[in-house]
Design a protein around this ligand. Structure first.
Ligand SMILES: Cc1ncc(COP(=O)(O)O)c(C=O)c1O
Length: 404
């Protein structure tokens, strides 16, 4: 008789975004005249840049002829893409990362969810609170987080590192030493960034206690502050303790096209075993390579034409950030983030809970956002708006919120 993985049953019910979707649909069905604007889910809205579309068309044409047809791609990615990433994202920023330390994948969600597989069952994970939920849920599925306390919204075996306005949304070192530390900067959901100095402290700490840092840099392209590192490998010693995860979703609009990568330096090892070889084995066994067409499209991200077009596209979303930040500040809200990340994190007014504010925003301004408490207990009393909407919708949403 087969048995199921009962760890899945421990996961608390309704997923944040399905609840938001249900509430929005219910509101719309009872108010069919309402023009509801969503600044909720972190999905992009601008079309793929022309250079990327051109590369996609050319790659599709390649697939039409036997001489240029491509079947399975190499498990770890085409060398031309890995070399281009190594040059542009690392060498040009004085980071020591080689092409064979880069693993191409179908996105940062898969990698950040799967990476826990190469670690032992008894590992203690530390996460920021609030947090991108994938880090915790993937460890719960693997049976690594203990039991869930519904009232406290916490797992017994997870080390939570609160990130609030008081600490500038960067955590302090935890009291107990973790084995695996998940950090995401620029941050989803708080929109905060981390200075190089502070990130260096984390790298030193991880090396000191023998922990590994999983550094999710999915929003790197939004950094504008020169003090903010684009990669953890800008820090000394990161090659012995840090894995970095990147995505093409938010820098190039690949949320529906799918591509990302993970960097594992060959220096990270435990008991003579390199994490690099474990991940290569895992990738080779469970992943059959990202599509040729999509990897070709990613090459266009690094072309001169592509870079210029994407700078403009990111500028478009960053303009939305400014509209939200300025408009809400003027309306008296306490707002955070929005400078190096496409997320604005605001304090709910009048001590409203995050969900109370959600309901109020939906009914009074017909705007949908994301309740901060959905990302962890320290997110209570906060609310996330994204800059990924159209400029017109963003302006209109802010106008309505300010009038509330
Ligand atoms: C922090 C973070 N990591 C990873 C992802 C997922 O990226 P991808 O689309 O590459 O799977 C997201 C998406 O919202 C995210 O916010």
């Amino acid at each position: 008789m087969y048995n199921i993985n009962r760890n899945y049953l421990k996961l608390p019910g309704s997923y944040l975004f399905s609840t938001i979707g249900r509430k929005s649909r219910e509101y719309q069905s009872t108010h069919p005249e309402a023009d509801v604007i969503s600044l909720g889910i972190g999905d992009v809205t601008q079309p793929l840049a022309p250079a990327i579309i051109k590369a996609l068309h050319e790659a599709v044409d390649d697939m039409a002829h036997a001489e240029t047809f491509h079947g399975y791609s190499p498990d770890l990615g085409y060398s031309w893409l890995r070399e281009t990433i190594a040059k542009n994202d690392y060498e040009d920023r004085n980071c020591d990362v080689t092409a064979d330390e880069i693993f191409i994948s179908d996105g940062a969600k898969s990698d950040s969810g799967n990476i826990q597989e190469i670690f032992a069952q008894n590992q203690r994970i530390a996460v920021c609170d609030p947090v991108y939920p994938v880090y915790v849920d993937s460890n719960v599925m693997a049976g690594r987080c203990g039991t869930y306390d519904k009232a406290a919204e916490r797992w017994s075996d997870v080390i939570y590192m609160p990130c609030t306005a008081d600490n500038g949304f960067t955590p302090s070192f935890p009291k107990e030493d973790p084995d695996i530390i998940y950090l995401c900067y620029p941050n989803n959901p708080t929109g905060a960034s981390i200075t190089k100095e502070r990130l260096q402290d984390w790298v030193d700490y991880a090396n000191r206690i023998g922990a590994v840092i999983i550094y999710d840099a999915a929003y790197e392209a939004y950094i504008s502050d020169s003090e903010v590192p684009h990669s953890i490998y800008e820090c000394e010693g990161a090659r012995t303790c840090a894995i970095e995860i990147r995505s093409f979703s938010k820098n190039a609009g690949f949320t529906g096209t799918r591509l990302g990568f993970t960097v594992i330096p060959k220096e990270i090892e435990r008991d003579g075993v390199k994490l690099h070889s474990l991940w290569a084995r895992r990738h080779g066994t469970k992943f059959n390579g990202a599509p040729y067409i999509v990897q070709k499209a990613a090459m266009a991200v690094y072309s001169e034409e592509g870079k210029a077009e994407l700078k403009e596209q990111i500028g478009y979303y960053k303009r939305n950030c400014r509209v939200i930040m300025d408009g809400l500040k003027e309306a008296g809200y306490d707002v955070y983030g929005g400078v190096d990340a496409p997320y604005i994190w605001l304090k709910t007014p009048g001590h409203m809970t995050s969900w109370e504010f959600f309901d109020r925003l939906l009914s009074h301004a017909n705007v949908v956002g994301t309740p901060g408490s959905g990302f962890g207990p320290s997110g209570e009393g906060y609310f996330r708006l994204t800059a990924f909407g159209s400029y017109e919708n963003t302006k209109e949403a802010v106008r309505r919120i300010a009038r509330m």
